[in-house]
Design a protein around this ligand. Structure first.
Ligand SMILES: [Zn+2]
Length: 378
């Protein structure tokens, strides 16, 4: 602020300017009161509708400002476009208590979007993930990927493992990638190799579509360690028969795991909405299957302008908040956000979380994944 001159300091305040200040203050107060009343009216309308929006009766500003609980969290599901974007991810990870990350290699389709092919880029991104893992010992669990159409997939897999791959990512049970049955001839030697060498597979299998084929593979290779992310995509319908079918698979195969990731943007927002609405079902899941669940984000770290370090941090935080908090806030779910769920009409992006116990969280964040990938070997 510029210093006042002696003359200005000595000047007695004039009546006219005092009146002006009073008038401006009055207008500001009236505007604030009106805005507040409008907000409370919206909150009342939202809570009158019942469902997850009833939580809006609580102040929207407090939840996610509260701290995260004290764990050494491992992110079991993330994609990385290139080494260029690793630093922003690692900074965001550090500020949200994430100490290690399992990066799954991806094809051009996952990293660059529609119009790019699932058969291309698998090798390049695998080598990229193996490279960043070597550069950051102790911080990255690298998973390679294959396309079932690759010539000599087992030879390739063996080479990746020699170069440091600690697991295999498969996309073959994803509707956008599916081009042959999961139990096709050419993949059987891959499953056999994984079972024999105890190499874990992170395998996207959509149980709404391909449960039967997946069950046939597991019957043939019952000792494979498989992480099927997103509850086998059944999180969309936790009251549906596919969800029960997925749980039955967990009951049958002790080496079958899932992870808590939903997907990127709209899918993440959709998942958080469902958990918010179906808290009791999800809490019951964690009570029973905490030993078989890993924590993951699946946000796909790229150079997309939207995906700043703050964005990455907000996603990591939301993915923890949903498990740890009773209520929390996530900007991407708020009405007006490009990725908000229009049907949910979640005015402030306030959700109900599961507020899981420390015992459950420790298993999901630390114990389960550390058993699969002992930190001293990373
Ligand atoms: Zn993913």
């Amino acid at each position: 602020m510029p210093k006042q001159t002696q003359a200005q300091q000595n000047q007695a305040p004039q009546r006219g300017s005092r009146n002006g200040v009073v008038a401006i203050l009055s207008v500001v107060i009236v505007v604030l009161v009106a805005a507040n009343m409008l907000m409370w009216q919206q909150l009342r309308q939202a809570s009158a509708g019942g469902g997850p929006l009833s939580i809006l009766a609580q102040p929207a500003t407090t939840p996610s400002d509260a701290g995260l609980r004290d764990f050494k969290v491992v992110n079991a599901h993330e994609h990385l476009f290139s080494r260029k974007y690793l630093d922003k991810y690692l900074r965001a990870a550090e500020s949200t208590g994430v100490v290690r990350t399992l990066f799954v290699a991806s094809s051009d389709f996952t990293l660059k979007g529609k119009g790019y092919e699932a058969t291309k880029g698998n090798e390049a991104n695998t080598l990229e993930i193996l490279h960043v893992a070597r550069q950051h010992p102790g911080k990255i669990i690298p998973f390679c990927t294959l396309h079932p159409g690759d010539p000599d997939p087992v030879g390739k897999l063996r080479r990746y493992v020699e170069e440091g791959a600690m697991g295999l990512k498969l996309y073959t049970g994803h509707g956008n990638f599916y081009d042959r049955p999961l139990d096709c001839e050419e993949m059987l030697p891959v499953y056999a190799y994984c079972q024999e060498t105890n190499l874990p597979i992170c395998w996207h299998v959509n149980f709404l579509r391909y449960a039967g084929e997946f069950e046939r593979v597991m019957r043939q290779f019952p000792n494979m360690t498989v992480i099927v992310p997103h509850w086998g995509v059944t999180f969309w319908r936790p009251r549906g028969p596919e969800y029960q079918r997925f749980l039955k698979m967990l009951d049958t195969y002790p080496n079958l795991y899932t992870d808590t990731s939903f997907g990127t943007r709209e899918i993440l927002v959709g998942g958080l909405e469902i958990v918010s609405r179906e808290r009791d079902l999800f809490r019951a899941f964690f009570e029973k299957y905490a030993d078989r669940t890993l924590w993951g984000t699946d946000m796909v770290v790229t150079g997309n302008r939207e995906k700043t370090e703050e964005w990455v941090e907000a996603v990591l935080r939301a993915c923890r908040d949903v498990l740890e908090k009773d209520t929390y806030h996530f900007f991407m779910g708020a009405k007006g956000s490009r990725h908000a769920d229009k049907k949910a009409n979640n005015i402030y992006g306030v959700y109900r979380g599961l507020a899981l116990s420390d015992d459950i969280l420790r298993k999901v964040y630390e114990t389960n994944i550390d058993k699969l990938f002992p930190p001293e070997k990373i």
